[in-house]
Ligand binder design. Structure first.
Ligand SMILES: [Cu+2]
Length: 336
């Protein structure tokens, strides 16, 4: 529909296009599939990696029965996860869609240089900008739109991450997932039906109406839950877009085996219950599932669950009664 609206069309066709866009909005999903993680890098020498970003504003489902005008990188929230290696040259191209209402750009925390590329990529609707940088430091890094009002662009969905692998990569795991936390600020309270309106006052007062994993209330519960099997080690690339709220990242019913502290790769902490992740920050967290069931990812500031913040990890496999036994009335037999 963007192309239709950007060209010369009859008034009738334009009205039809607008009506169609409105009717389709509730079915549009901006939820990034958490399995969209590029494969580990196997090469042993630096290379050139390209990142193509398109900034797109689109009305999509926010919650059951409500929608919101999101601002996105590549149509989804968060933007794509890119994987590069320390020493690589990363070439970034950003195109702002013709039908955008706003200018947009991108600031990579993995960049060493002014504004993280923010000024170099500032693009009006229809413009394309580019720059390149050398990945000097390994780690998991956030990127975000840095166009004023920056907090507004982030709250509306403009954040993502890039993983800069160390030489030799990270230890292999069975599955990798990409999850980011954000806040959304609307005039209407959560649960209101229809297209909701962004609330600038609530944004600057840091009072979100919704909290989301991968962009949408329930996006990683009903739409795209994480899935694993008993015995597998899962790696979570977890970041906070924010813009404002620190996450107390926690998986109900599990303990992280290993945390790569603060999204870096040099310091590890073993056996951790809850991790503090700042806005504009990240963590790499490994967890092995010993017992089948549905595990819930939360921010342990648990009032936020009431504003939409939860994700599921569905773990399938044989029961493991030595580790966890909920067979009511049969424990007596075990104790004998
Ligand atoms: Cu923007």
């Amino acid at each position: 529909m963007r192309h239709l609206l950007g060209s010369t069309v009859s008034a009738f066709a334009l009205a039809a296009a607008i009506a169609f866009t409105g009717a389709a909005a509730a079915d549009v999903s901006i939820v990034r599939d958490p399995t969209e993680v590029p494969a580990p890098i196997t090469r042993s020498a630096p290379a050139t990696v390209t990142i193509e970003l398109q900034t797109v504003e689109r009305v999509a489902e926010l919650n059951d029965g409500s929608s919101f005008r999101y601002w996105t990188f590549n149509d989804q929230v968060p933007g794509p996860l890119t994987r590069a290696r320390v020493g690589d040259t990363v070439e970034v191209t950003l195109t702002n869609a013709e039908d955008s209402w706003m200018p947009h750009n991108v600031d990579f925390h993995a960049v060493t240089g002014p504004h993280g590329g923010g000024m170099a990529t500032m693009a009006l609707p229809g413009e394309t900008k580019s720059f390149s940088f050398k990945a000097l430091k390994p780690g998991l890094y956030v990127y975000h739109c840095a166009t004023p009002t920056v907090a507004q662009h982030i709250a509306n969905g403009m954040y993502g991450m890039i993983l800069i692998e160390p030489e030799g990569g990270l230890p292999a795991v069975d599955r990798e997932f990409y999850v980011m936390q954000g806040e959304i600020y609307t005039v209407e309270p959560i649960g209101t039906q229809g297209e909701l309106t962004e609330d600038y006052e609530a944004l600057v007062n840091e009072m979100p109406s919704h909290y989301v994993f991968n962009g949408k209330v329930g996006g990683l519960v009903k739409d795209k839950p994480l899935e694993a099997k008993v015995g597998e080690t899962v790696r979570l690339y977890f970041g906070v877009g924010g813009p404002n709220k620190t996450s107390s990242f926690h998986v109900i019913g599990e303990i992280f085996d290993r945390i790569y502290d603060l999204g870096g790769v040099h310091a590890e902490t073993l056996d951790v219950q809850t991790v503090t992740v700042a806005p504009g920050g990240a963590v790499i967290a490994d967890v092995t599932f010993e017992v089948p069931g549905t595990y819930v990812i939360v921010d342990h500031a648990l009032s936020r669950v009431e504003k939409g913040l939860a994700a599921h990890i569905k773990v399938e496999g044989p029961a493991n009664y030595e580790v966890f036994d909920d067979r009511e009335g049969e424990q007596v037999t075990l104790a004998d």
